[in-house]
Design a protein around this ligand. Structure first.
Ligand code: ZN
Ligand code: FE
Ligand code: FE
Ligand code: ZN
Length: 281
């Protein structure tokens, strides 16, 4: 990882070169619309040269929740991405998953990793316990009986474990608990630092995720504060729109690029066969 060459993005069109959008979903997760070919078409229109699909991975038990593909749909998912690759040969399309990290699921995640030639895994923490996915609007009332700082603490403990697990190239939307606007009054910097130190040791990149701008928090994940701490530690980044519809591909990337540039970033990651390469943006 220390001697990877830096490549320049070469736009095929006259448009501004865009970094890869590495976070997009498909209808298999049951809360997104549009087929991978539709996302790819949109990406080409916008001038992207590279994207990656990272739909919500299946759990070992299909009845775990209702917002991910079933186990028996994993091959169908890969086939859909493959179809987009064939239809748009001018666009590099990576095959990935957004994998939920829950302590105790490590073996399951290794099994998933062995099933297809993935380019990268985004490790995300949505669950702070087996029953509470903190970003689920259907469970918004849970926040009423919880102290935000306790939730943030539990979340960042899990996120730190996710980074340390070595199972992921990218850590998804690293300050997700802010989604609905619940913010602790306490200082959270030590939580961020502990997580970022772990991310650095484990070679994990941060998902700079523009979906937060479309939520109540009205802010990119992660915050400028966390990005500055990440840059100071040499934690790399990858961009993602977290598109759940073709119209969301690449949304607010100009803003995301300006934000990370303002804390010092000039390079982002690209992944092929779970191997990292740095590119300038
Ligand atoms: Zn989703
Ligand atoms: Fe997510
Ligand atoms: Fe996502
Ligand atoms: Zn996501």
């Amino acid at each position: 990882m220390f001697n990877l060459e830096t490549k320049r993005l070469k736009p095929e069109t006259g448009l501004m070169p865009l970094p890869p959008d590495y976070h997009m979903h498909t209808p298999l997760c049951r809360h997104a619309e549009g087929e991978p070919v539709d996302y790819a078409r949109r990406a080409v229109e916008l001038g992207f040269t590279e994207i990656g699909f990272s739909d919500h991975s299946p759990m070992r038990r299909d009845d775990f929740d209702n917002w991910r593909m079933r186990n028996d749909q994993l091959d169908e998912y890969v086939a859909k991405v493959c179809c987009a690759q064939q239809e748009f040969p001018q666009l590099a399309i990576r095959l990935a998953l957004e994998v939920d990290f829950l302590p105790g699921q490590e073996e399951w995640i290794r099994e998933l990793a062995a099933r297809h030639p993935w380019d990268y895994f985004i490790g995300s923490v949505h669950y702070v316990s087996d029953s509470w996915d903190i970003d689920n609007p259907a469970k918004l009332s849970q926040w009423k009986s919880r102290d935000p700082f306790e939730v943030w603490t539990a979340y960042f403990e899990r996120l730190t474990l996710a980074a340390e697990s070595g199972l992921f190239e990218i850590i998804g939307h690293a300050d997700l608990p802010k989604k609905f606007g619940h913010r602790p009054t306490q200082n959270c910097t030590p939580l961020y630092e502990k997580f970022l130190d772990a991310a650095k040791r484990a070679n994990c990149a941060l998902d700079v995720n523009t979906a937060g701008l479309r939520k109540d928090c009205k802010e990119i994940y992660p915050s400028r504060e966390m990005l500055a701490l990440a840059f100071a530690r040499g934690v790399p980044i990858a961009f993602g729109s977290d598109a759940h519809a073709p119209g969301e591909v690449g949304l607010n990337f100009a803003e995301a690029m300006a934000l990370v540039r303002s804390v010092g970033y000039r390079e982002c990651c690209r992944f092929t066969n779970r191997r990292r390469e740095m590119i300038r943006f």
